[in-house]
Ligand binder design. Structure first.
Ligand SMILES: Cc1ncc(COP(=O)(O)O)c(C=O)c1O
Length: 496
């Protein structure tokens, strides 16, 4: 019990079942502008069914629910690939400055110089970090960045009348959104099996490269946390075949400040600002997936682009981009995410970002060495090779010997106040557990995670049934997953 953490357990009703008619948590201010009569046809026939609760009832409800939940502010959260890193609170404060939040995006340029400057300077900062000459910060997710990248590849080949290029090659260690984005853009996706060590198989790649290939899409470091050692050779082969090199740079935390995308031979890449640059991931967003491209592709970037006229000292949006793939999103992307990221980049500076990378890599490797010593765990694929920001451990042996699976371990970890790593991904490892501790965790916290895993492993070998029953100290314990899938109850009849 010493190392465990107890979560609050509130018997909390639904908000609709609380309160009483007439109670209000907030009374809007009187309008100080003339009211407008809404035509009858647009008016509601009956009042909206909203909860009627006092402010205290509302606040306590939300606080109690948060206490029955796990978050990065509560405990460790080593969710590989979906990076839940600690993001400095100061950036949250900056993102809430009302000079930004109260500004309507249709405001004329001259009255939103500061906001356009933020977008422009982020474009410039990402150019420096990645080496590219053109950057858009409009895509609102990593996957949307990938989609943009694929549309740019298409525009490039089409303009050259190179219309045979209808396929995209993707290694099987890629993140799942890569093939999905290529397919959405209309490409046929060919999955390339990796070597047994988890790297790109050069012979397989060479055999697949021909004049029908539009792009090679690679996640580097890949989902095993491995940096591709043959990346320069791969770029050479891909370019020789007339195809483009696409980098899924969502794992940039593992290499930031150490190498640029262009020095590895990439033509297009996206970043996940919500993994690397100070915005929490998870829960479906909001995110930001800027895309960088080399010179020859700049003209295809989405419209509009933020530009700066040095002579007039004036920021504006350039919509006059005849070769652009067009607009992807209302207005200019997820502005608040972009603002947090710029604040993060400026506060760290180039040297600081390098340190972020070093600490993230050190933490991942420290944890990996400790986890591999725990009975029942292995670190498959390139066992001896150090990882970048994340690694995959597999309790496959433990499952064979005790029946305890990655899923059981993930649930049991919650009794220690540690969120599960990402499990069962990537698919190329049995019982994969993908750990990404991030640069934010201290050694004490890493040791706590190791201790949790060690105690769970000990219990698995002594009394597996006890592990099957965990978690016992959380707000709610194991759900009946079978009934949830087969007989889901998706609504609750409220008293009102
Ligand atoms: C390596 C990698 N690529 C792409 C994505 C897709 O990003 P998003 O979830 O923002 O669409 C992720 C998600 O975290 C990722 O980890």
């Amino acid at each position: 019990m010493k190392n465990k953490r107890i979560q609050a357990k509130w018997n909390e009703k639904l908000i609709m079942d609380k309160g009483a008619p007439g109670r209000r948590a907030h009374i809007p201010m009187q309008l100080d502008i003339p009211s407008v009569e809404v035509p009858d046809k647009y008016k509601r026939i009956s009042p909206a069914k909203l909860p009627e609760v006092s402010e205290l009832e509302l606040v306590r409800h939300v606080v109690r629910l948060s206490q029955m939940n796990h978050g990065v502010d509560v405990g460790e959260y080593p969710l590989g690939s979906c990076t839940m890193k600690y993001n400095p609170k100061v950036n949250e404060r900056i993102a809430r400055f009302e000079q930004f939040t109260e500004l309507h995006p249709d405001t004329p340029d001259q009255f939103m110089q500061g906001s356009i400057q933020v977008i422009y300077e982020l474009q410039e900062a990402i150019k420096k970090i990645t080496g590219f000459t053109g950057v858009t910060v409009q895509p609102v997710a990593g996957a949307q960045g990938e989609y943009v990248g694929m549309l740019i590849a298409q525009a490039y080949h089409n303009e050259r009348k190179d219309n045979k290029r209808t396929t995209v090659l993707v290694p099987d260690s890629a993140h799942g959104t890569n093939p999905a984005s290529a397919a959405m853009a209309g490409y046929k996706v060919i999955e390339l099996p990796s070597t047994s060590e988890g790297f790109v198989d050069l012979e397989v790649l060479e055999a697949a490269l021909d004049d029908t290939v539009a792009a090679f899409m690679i996640t580097n470091p890949n989902t095993l946390g491995l940096f591709e050692p043959n990346i320069l050779k791969i770029s050479e082969l891909v370019h020789k075949a007339g195809a483009l090199m696409y980098l899924d740079g969502a794992n940039f935390n593992g290499i930031i400040g150490m190498v640029t995308a262009t020095s590895m031979g990439f033509d297009i890449m996206h970043l996940n600002l919500h993994k690397t640059f100070s915005s929490p991931h998870g829960g479906g967003g909001p995110g930001s997936g800027p895309v960088g491209v080399v010179d020859k592709l700049v003209k295809y970037l989405p419209s509009p682009m933020a530009v700066y006229d040095k002579e007039k000292d004036h920021y504006s949006f350039d919509f006059d981009l005849p070769h652009s793939i067009g607009r992807l999103h209302g207005y200019y992307g997820n502005f608040a995410v972009n603002l947090r990221s710029l604040a993060y980049i400026y506060r760290n500076g180039g040297e600081g970002l390098k340190k972020v990378c070093e600490a993230a890599v050190l933490n991942a490797n420290y944890l990996m060495e400790k986890v591999r010593e725990i009975k029942g765990f292995t670190v498959p694929k390139s066992e001896k090779v150090p990882r970048k920001h994340e690694f995959i451990a597999s309790p496959y042996r433990m499952m064979q010997e005790t029946g305890i699976s990655a899923n059981d371990i993930a649930k049991a970890m919650l009794d220690y106040g540690v969120h599960s790593p990402t499990i069962y991904f990537p698919l190329i490892v049995h019982e994969a557990m993908m750990f990404e501790p991030t640069e934010g965790e201290t050694r004490t916290n890493l040791d706590h995670m190791v201790l949790a895993l060690k105690e769970i492993s000990d219990l698995a070998y002594e009394d597996p049934d006890a592990v099957h029953r965990m978690p016992l100290l959380t707000g709610s314990s194991r759900l009946d997953e079978f009934s949830l899938a087969k007989n889901p109850v998706l609504s609750k009849k409220s008293k009102k």
